[in-house]
Design a protein around this ligand. Sequence first.
Ligand SMILES: Cc1cc2nc3c(=O)[nH]c(=O)nc-3n(C[C@H](O)[C@H](O)[C@H](O)COP(=O)(O)OP(=O)(O)OC[C@H]3O[C@@H](n4cnc5c(N)ncnc54)[C@H](O)[C@@H]3O)c2cc1C
Length: 409
Amino acid sequence: MPPFLEPDHPELGARARAWAEKNLAPGRDDGAEVEKTAARLVAELGRAGWLAYVAPGEFGGAREKISVRDWCVLREELAFAWALADAMFAVQALAHRQRLAAMSRAFERAITLPISYHAERGSGRVVRIMLAGTDAQKRRLLPPLARGEAIAAFAMTEPKAGSDVAGIQTRAVRRGGEYRIDGMKSFVSNAGLAGSYVVFASTEPEKKSKGLSAFLVRGDNRGLVVKEKIRLLSPHPIAVVAFEECVVPESDLLGREGDGIKIAFAAFDALRPTVGAAAVGMARRALAEALGYSRERKQFDRALAEFQGIQFKLADMATELEASRLLVYQAAWNYDRGADGKKSASMAKLFATEAAQRIVDQALQIHGGAGLISGTAVARLYDDVRALRIYEGTSEIQKLVIARELLKA
Ligand SMILES: Cc1cc2nc3c(=O)[nH]c(=O)nc-3n(C[C@H](O)[C@H](O)[C@H](O)COP(=O)(O)OP(=O)(O)OC[C@H]3O[C@@H](n4cnc5c(N)ncnc54)[C@H](O)[C@@H]3O)c2cc1C
């Protein structure tokens, strides 16, 4: 058990591991099937009670308060078993209570940063509802998400605005008691499946990122049009979404006008360690596969595991995995205890996702040609692990955050 955990976390992890072993069997999920599989996974995660960890007790959650360490424990186990199951959990898991103090700290920083730092961005979805939603919005949206009966999406990235959210061109114009949203969003996870979308649009373009606002848009809104599906290296439900004269009532503005960047930024300290935890899960699986194969496979009349060259690889993999785990759970602990965890969250995400990529690569190398056979565990991990270095802020963006925190001191 890593330090930084509570006494009941090993039991939570063991239960999740046993459930995942019994219930999660990754298939090919190519083509149209991934959306169906994703929806089925959300329902199963809900029925099994894992999604109850995404919301606080008053909104149908398992515990009185949300814990980022719970999410890390669960993401690690789900990612060990099946990346898609982890991704579907993560989408729902972003509904949590955020401390208002942390929110205003993040906002203070956000509004005083140069534009290049507005490159911090990510894919947190329902967390933004918890951050800025009214009680009525939370009561309407969170309990079904925590039961796996509703799916959420988050639409920020645009064809011309990725890391730099100041480039967002989607506009929201207020008329009477409504807003009209027009624009195009790329890379929207759960597009077409979601019952609610958190959409970022500019209400005051001249103010760039400070003019962004966040809106709740229902999945059945006529102005929300799911365009082409995007097929990623690893199966994932994701598509381009257009907003065409999409009208929402002013009651579906999250927070106030201009709060968008605050809502987007304030979630990172919580979400980034959980991406690191998914990386730890995948790396742990890769190491387990490599250990098993190197014991079984014989060359030159000896098991691969008897060669020092292979042993060195295994030792490096295990060491990087342990270091990742410590950074991840330290960052999650920092968040849970209310410490300023921006730097540790970025370090955890950066190190764990980069290390997982190296660990998976070495596991594949140890498998030789067998590691390239499509559908095998290591070949799947090789494809699955790649996205972790991109979403919730790329590795380069994490370095900018870490450097900024260092230079600020
Ligand atoms: C699996 C997956 C799911 C996703 N889900 C969602 C979703 O649900 N909703 C959503 O809105 N988005 C989603 N995204 C999009 C994701 O958030 C973006 O891909 C990410 O923010 C990077 O933006 P970009 O792809 O436009 O890359 P760009 O910002 O164009 O960056 C390209 C490269 O340049 C580097 N770079 C950019 N700026 C700098 C800088 N200042 N200094 C140094 N290097 C820099 C980047 O690190 C990267 O290597 C998802 C992405 C993936 C992979």
